[in-house]
Design a protein around this ligand. Structure first.
Ligand code: NAD
Length: 454
C-alpha cells in the first residue's frame, strides 16, 4: 500500500472515534504487552544479531524498560484521561473551566538504531495511551530488529490503526511529506532539523529527542569509588552508543590519577569477561567504527584493549589530557571512548560547558550542596543526575528530553501521555443568568469592566 493510502485509511479510522475510548486504549496496551512477552526470545535474538547485545543488556534496556513503561501506563491511564477542572475567575461567575486531553490523531514515530526496540515502542505506548493512530519507522541500520518490530505490530494491530513502514532515508522522506498530526522523532540533531523543517510545512507539532555531548564532572570531594563504578556503567553500556552516555569526563586535577586507576579497575571488572566471551556490544557499522578510530589519531591511549575491525569490537578506551580543540571534542562521540579533561575551578568547567550547545544530559559527582546548586543553576541541560549516570530515564516520574540542540519536548510516564495529547481548554457557561454589563451597549458597563480587570 502506498504511504499516501496508509495515511488516508488511518485518518478514516481515527475519525470513527474508536481509539478514543478508555476501554479500547487499555485493551491495545494489554495486547502490546502480551505480544512483547510472546516475542521476547525473538527480540533478544534480533537485537543480538544487529548489535551483539548480551541477553542481560537487551532485557534491561530494551524489553524490561518497555514492559515497565507499559504496566505504569496501564495502571494510571484512567486517571490521566480525566478532564482536569481548573479555577474560573470572578469575572466569569456561573461558569466552570476544564482541560480535556484529546488525541492529536495520526502520529508518526521515527526511531534510531541504538536501542532499536525500546525507542520505537516506548513512544508508541504514549501514542496509544493518548488515543492516536500511529505509523512507525524503525531504523534501517538494525534490520533484524526492524523485521521483528514489523512482525509484532502487523500481528497485533490492524494497519488502519497502527502500522510499520520499514526502510531508510527514502521512506522517511516520503513519510515526512504526508500530513501527520504529530511527529515524534528520535535521532541525531542534524536529521532532527530536517524533520522539523518537513513538519513546519504542515504546521505539525514535534517532539525531537536528539543527542549531544553530555558532560560528566567529578569534583575533588566526590565519592570516587562509587563515581568510577557508575560512570563506567553509564559510559560503556551499549558500547557507549547511548544518547545520554557521559560523553567526556571532567576530573579535578588533585584526584585525576587516583580516579583513572579506579575507572580502569571497574572497566576490567565489568567488561573483561564479556570482551573475552565476545559478548561486548559491537559498533553499529564500519563507518562508525572508522569514525571512532579517527578520534584516537595523535593521542596516546591511556587505556584500551585491541580493537577488532572484523567483528566491530571496540573495547572501552580512555584518552587523557584532552583539550576542547581536539577532534574528539567537536562532536558527540557515541562510542566507548572516554576523553579526560582535568580542572581546578568548577567555574571554568561551567564556563566551558556553556560555550557549547546545550547537552541532553549532565552528570555531577560531588558531596557539596553548594556546587550542586551552582551547576544546576548555571548550566542548562535536558536532564541528568547528581552522583549517578543514566538512571534519570529509569523513572516514569521524570519527563525525559533535551533542550536547545539536544531536543524539544519530553516523554516517559505521564509526560508521554501529555506529549501525544492536545490540551483542549473549555469554559462551560451557565444560561441560568446573563450579566448585562459584559455587553457594550449597557450603561456603566465600561466602568464596571475596568474594575474587574484591575
Ligand atoms: P539518525 O538521525 O541518522 O537516524 C534516525 C532515524 O532517522 C532513522 O530511522 C533514519 O532512517 C531516519 N533518517 C535518517 N536520515 C534521514 C533523513 N535525511 N530524512 C529523514 N529521516 C532520516 O540517527 P541515528 O544515527 O540512528 O541515531 C543516533 C543519534 O540519535 C545520536 O545523536 C543520539 O544521541 C541520538 N539519540 C537520541 C536519543 C534521545 O532519546 N534523545 C535516543 C537515542 C539516540
Amino acid at each position: 500500500m502506498s504511504i499516501a493510502k496508509l495515511v488516508k485509511i488511518q485518518k478514516t479510522f481515527f475519525h470513527t472515534g474508536t481509539t478514543k475510548d478508555y476501554e479500547f486504549r487499555i485493551m491495545q496496551l494489554k495486547k502490546l504487552q502480551q505480544a512483547i512477552l510472546y516475542h521476547e526470545k525473538e527480540i533478544i535474538h534480533a537485537v543480538n544479531k544487529d548489535l551483539n547485545k548480551s541477553e542481560f543488556e537487551s532485557y534491561l534496556t530494551e524489553i524490561g524498560s518497555t514492559l515497565k513503561e507499559l504496566s505504569f501506563t496501564i495502571k494510571h491511564l484512567k486517571h490521566w484521561m480525566k478532564p482536569t477542572r481548573v479555577k474560573t475567575p470572578l469575572l466569569l461567575t456561573g461558569s466552570k473551566s476544564y482541560i480535556y486531553a484529546e488525541p492529536y490523531g495520526l502520529a508518526l514515530i521515527i526511531a534510531p538504531w541504538n536501542y532499536p526496540f525500546h525507542l520505537i515502542f516506548s513512544p508508541l505506548i504514549g501514542a496509544i495511551a493518548a488515543g492516536n493512530c500511529a505509523v512507525l519507522k524503525p531504523s534501517e541500520l538494525t534490520p533484524e530488529t526492524s523485521t521483528v518490530v514489523a512482525k509484532i505490530i502487523h500481528n497485533t494491530f490492524p494497519e488502519e490503526y497502527i502500522t510499520v513502514v520499514e526502510g531508510g532515508v527514502e521512506e522517511s522522506t516520503a513519510l515526512l511529506k504526508e500530513k501527520f498530526d504529530y511527529i515524534f522523532y528520535t535521532g541525531s540533531t542534524h536529521v532532527g532539523k530536517i524533520v522539523m523543517e518537513a513538519a513546519s510545512k504542515h504546521l505539525t507539532p514535534v517532539t525531537l529527542e536528539l543527542g549531544g555531548k553530555s558532560p560528566c564532572i567529578v569534583h575533588k570531594d566526590a565519592n570516587l569509588e562509587i563515581a568510577a563504578k557508575r560512570i563506567v556503567f553509564g559510559k560503556f553500556l551499549n558500547a557507549g552508543q547511548t544518547c545520554i552516555a557521559p560523553d567526556y569526563l571532567y576530573i579535578h586535577k588533585t584526584k585525576k590519577e587516583e580516579f583513572i586507576t579506579k575507572i580502569i579497575e571497574n572497566i576490567e571488572e565489568m567488561y573483561n569477561q564479556r570482551l573475552e566471551n565476545g559478548e561486548f556490544t559491537k559498533i553499529i557499522n564500519a563507518r562508525h567504527f572508522e569514525r571512532l578510530q579517527s578520534y584516537l589519531e595523535g593521542h596516546q591511549i591511556r587505556y584500551g584493549k585491541d580493537r577488532d575491525e572484523t567483528t566491530l569490537t571496540f573495547p572501552p578506551t580512555l584518552l587523557d589530557n584532552i583539550k576542547w580543540e581536539d577532534k574528539i571534542m567537536q562532536d558527540e562521540i557515541f562510542g566507548p571512548i572516554l576523553p579526560i579533561i582535568e580542572f581546578e575551578q568548577i567555574d571554568d568547567v561551567v564556563k566551558a560547558i556553556n560555550e557549547q550547545a546545550k547537552p541532553l544530559a549532565l552528570y555531577l559527582f560531588t558531596e557539596s550542596k553548594e556546587i550542586q546548586q551552582q551547576v544546576l543553576r548555571d548550566v542548562s541541560f535536558g536532564g541528568g543526575c547528581i552522583n549517578d549516570t543514566i538512571f534519570q530515564l529509569a523513572t516514569p516520574y521524570l519527563p525525559f528530553g533535551g533542550v536547545g540542540d539536544s531536543g524539544i519536548g519530553g516523554y516517559h510516564g505521564q509526560a508521554s501521555f501529555d506529549t501525544f495529547s492536545h490540551k483542549k481548554s473549555v469554559l462551560k457557561q451557565t444560561t441560568a443568568f446573563d450579566f448585562s454589563v459584559r455587553y457594550p451597549h449597557k450603561k456603566h458597563s465600561l466602568s464596571l469592566i475596568k474594575r474587574f480587570f484591575k
